[in-house]
Design a protein around this ligand. Structure first.
Ligand code: UD1
Length: 418
């Protein structure tokens, strides 16, 4: 198993570019199934989760070429409506293929994705939304079977603004007769990216970025050429790396609006942040100020994916901070690892109380999940001495060659294969 070895203490300086957003690429790869023409998707990061999504496309009959960061999907010959189990078990987000496959083939079958490191991850909202569109769903022996059904536009109210459910419903609605309205929809930027891709295909989706989305179904869809939006969480992680090391860096390829909720918090730590075009410059304090209270919320609230990196930054703040995780129930697994490095954190249910310490010490720690792993990297960059982070496969699901990127701005970090 690969590990990172980090020697902390370097102040980060320089500039670094953010790649396209993984969480945008996944639904957009699924949406490529909505037509039988070829689509070109640009600025895709090279990540295991994206390889697996490409694996799903190939398994259902698509021809897929990967040229650098460009993925070219030819979905003209779909040979099956069954999403293979092996992929669903490996990437939970493959549930996103359900809505697209129902739209394309009129039916779909997928194994139940189940929970993961950060929580139970139910899919009731995905299934209810599809049923509202007229999809006849049978659940048996761990499978979800969407039977041949006549899709009809519907007025759908989501109990919670789930990102994946919103995406699945939008995709299925493109094939429904008439109009669909999704109320209390997720407002994340990745939804807007999906809308832009579908509209470039000739579809008619409106309202993404607000809580009401409208889809006109059964428009003829063609292939599209689309560039993925920058990854706001990778951008936030780089900004966080500067914030925890007292660094000063320029992060390029950022949509300022998308990272605004993260920047607001980093400013509370004392960092001075300026945007200029698509670049964001951060100059941070030697030691961050504490942040009175941060609550993770659906966009445009503070993103749950940045909770763990923020907790790391606050471990060395000049006082006490409180962070409340409201989205996923099991997302504090980085905390015991940070405590091994000398952090002073108490967890009570959804709340972490972080008493800032002057110094973290390098230690051998384990990355339990993707963003928790990134949080440990940030802590390692600040800690005295050497930090060894075991089990990089989670981190590598969301960050392309993180060690190279961080080395380019002055970090001492190496990847070592066991
Ligand atoms: C997406 C992102 C993930 C991010 C999350 C929240 C991808 C691949 N992943 O995940 O990185 O952390 O948004 O911004 O895009 N819920 C239900 N029933 C459902 C669906 C969700 O109760 O049918 C609950 C979940 O348990 C969770 C909350 O809704 O508590 C948010 O989940 P959701 O927005 O669906 O997250 P994902 O789309 O899985």
């Amino acid at each position: 198993m690969a590990k990172y070895i980090i020697t902390g203490g370097n102040r980060l300086e320089g500039s670094i570019r953010v790649p396209g957003a993984k969480n945008s690429v996944l639904p957009i790869l699924a949406a490529a199934l909505l037509t039988d023409e070829q689509s070109v998707i640009r600025d895709c990061p090279n990540l295991v989760d994206i390889e697996k999504a490409v694996g799903i496309l190939r398994a259902v009959g698509c021809k897929v070429k990967i040229e650098g960061g460009t993925i070219i999907v030819d979905p003209s010959n779909i040979t099956t409506h069954i999403i293979p189990d092996e992929y669903v078990k490996e990437i939970r987000s493959s549930i996103i293929f359900l809505g697209a496959m129902v739209a394309r083939a009129g039916k779909a079958r997928v194994t139940y994705p189940g929970g993961c490191e950060i929580g139970q991850r139910p899919i009731n909202l995905h299934l209810k939304g599809l049923e509202d569109l007229g999809v006849n769903i049978e659940e048996s022996y761990g499978y979800i079977e969407c039977k041949e059904s006549k899709l009809t536009g519907a007025d759908i109210h989501l109990d919670y603004p789930s990102v994946g459910a919103t995406e699945n419903i939008i995709m299925a609605a493109t094939a429904a007769h008439g109009y669909t309205i999704i109320r209390n929809a997720a407002k994340e930027p990745e939804i807007t990216d999906l809308q832009d891709f579908i509209n470039a295909m000739g579809g008619c989706v409106a309202g993404a970025g607000t809580s009401t989305i409208m889809v006109e179904g059964r428009r003829p869809l063609r292939g599209a050429d689309h560039t993925i939006i920058p990854d706001r969480i990778v951008a936030g992680t780089y900004l966080g790396a500067a914030a925890i090391t007292g660094g000063e860096i320029m992060v390029e390829n950022v949509v300022f609006d998308h990272v605004q909720p993260i920047i607001a918090k980093l400013r509370e730590t004392g960092a001075v942040i300026r945007a200029s075009g698509s670049a964001v410059h951060i100059k941070s304090k030697d030691r961050p100020f504490p942040v009175y209270k941060t609550t993770t919320l659906p966009h445009p609230g503070f993103p749950t994916d940045m909770q763990a990196p923020l907790v790391s930054i606050l471990t060395v703040a000049r006082g006490t901070s409180v962070v409340v995780e409201t989205i996923f129930e099991n997302r504090f697994k980085h905390v015991p690892e940070l405590m091994r490095m000398g952090a002073d954190i108490r967890i009570d249910g959804k709340t972490a109380v972080i008493q800032g310490v002057e110094k973290l010490r390098g230690a051998e720690v384990l990355s339990w999940d993707l963003r928790g792993g990134a949080a440990l990297v940030l802590a390692g960059l600040r800690a005295e001495g050497q930090t060894v982070i075991d089990d990089l496969h989670h981190i590598e699901r969301g960050y392309e060659r993180l060690e190279h990127s961080l080395r380019s701005i002055g970090a001492q970090i190496d990847k070592v294969e066991d």
